[in-house]
Design a protein around this ligand. Structure first.
Ligand SMILES: [Zn+2]
Ligand SMILES: [Zn+2]
Length: 260
């Protein structure tokens, strides 16, 4: 057993090691790359403050869009979704996909900073717990990737987020969907082609049953909503009662004109 003095010496050595490592390789903010204090885990205080302001922006609980000047109608729908019918019953997002949030998502997905999964999942849990449909969720379902993609790129951001969300909320994960066809990534296509590109690319996993279930899809970013809607269609065709979604960043398509 290590005594009190032993613990102090061991703590001293650990602290000295950390300080030395920080001195030689200072930790960098995941968003703006400035050197940060060793006790600040992932992002600098300035970026954290700006992230919190983005996360605090109110969004529509149906489509995840930031609420514009016209607010919500009597059915709780914003200008972006009040005239559309989607298979997805609601979408919660940590923040709009702009500025610090878009950088955070890119660094998390492609920049080798997969330790950001805790911070990203925390922001998503915050959004999810405020959703009016939060207490109806029975299981979390990750938007699946094609097996070939898993072989070439073992880190898959939506899976890491789903695992952390499940750990944080206690809501179980359900592997009920699979991606049956690969093909071009949605982000590489103009928005007008995304719904057609994703159609028919998901199917129920063998033996999966979702009859009467209330599910919540998990993805990193939603642009047009085509991927989440396609997943919701497949799950509802298999008997799911309701399908919601949660993402880290939601692109405000209605505010961005026809840009693809
Ligand atoms: Zn920063
Ligand atoms: Zn809306």
């Amino acid at each position: 057993m290590i005594g009190a003095s032993g613990r102090s010496i061991s703590k001293l050595i650990t602290n000295a090691g950390t300080s030395l490592a920080d001195l030689i390789y200072p930790r960098r903010c995941a968003i703006c790359s400035t050197a940060i204090d060793g006790c600040v885990r992932d992002v600098c205080k300035g970026c954290r403050r700006r992230l919190d302001l983005l996360i605090a922006q109110p969004a529509c609980w149906c489509c995840g869009h930031s609420i514009g000047p016209f607010g919500l109608d009597e059915n709780g729908r914003c200008l972006n979704c009040r005239h559309t019918k989607a298979a997805l019953d609601g979408l919660a997002r940590a923040g709009p996909y702009v500025d610090e949030i878009s950088t955070l998502v890119r660094v998390f997905k492609y920049g080798g900073r997969d330790e950001l999964d805790l911070m990203c999942a925390d922001a998503m849990v915050g959004a999810l717990e405020l959703a009016p449909w939060w207490d109806r969720i029975e299981a979390l379902v990750c938007v699946p990737t094609h097996w070939r993609h898993s072989v070439t790129r073992p880190f898959y951001a939506p899976r890491a987020l789903t695992k952390n969300l499940s750990r944080r909320t206690g809501i179980p994960m359900a592997t009920v969907l699979r991606r049956v066809v690969g093909g071009p990534h949605q982000m590489d296509l103009p928005r007008s082609q995304r719904a057609a590109n994703i159609k028919g690319k998901f199917a129920m996993a063998g033996g999966a049953s979702v009859t009467g279930a209330s599910l919540c899809m998990v993805d990193d970013v939603s642009t047009t909503g085509a991927t989440l809607n396609e997943c919701a269609k497949v799950l509802k065709a298999a008997g799911a009662a309701v399908v919601f979604g949660v993402v880290l960043g939601k692109v405000n398509t209605a505010f961005e004109g026809k840009r693809s």
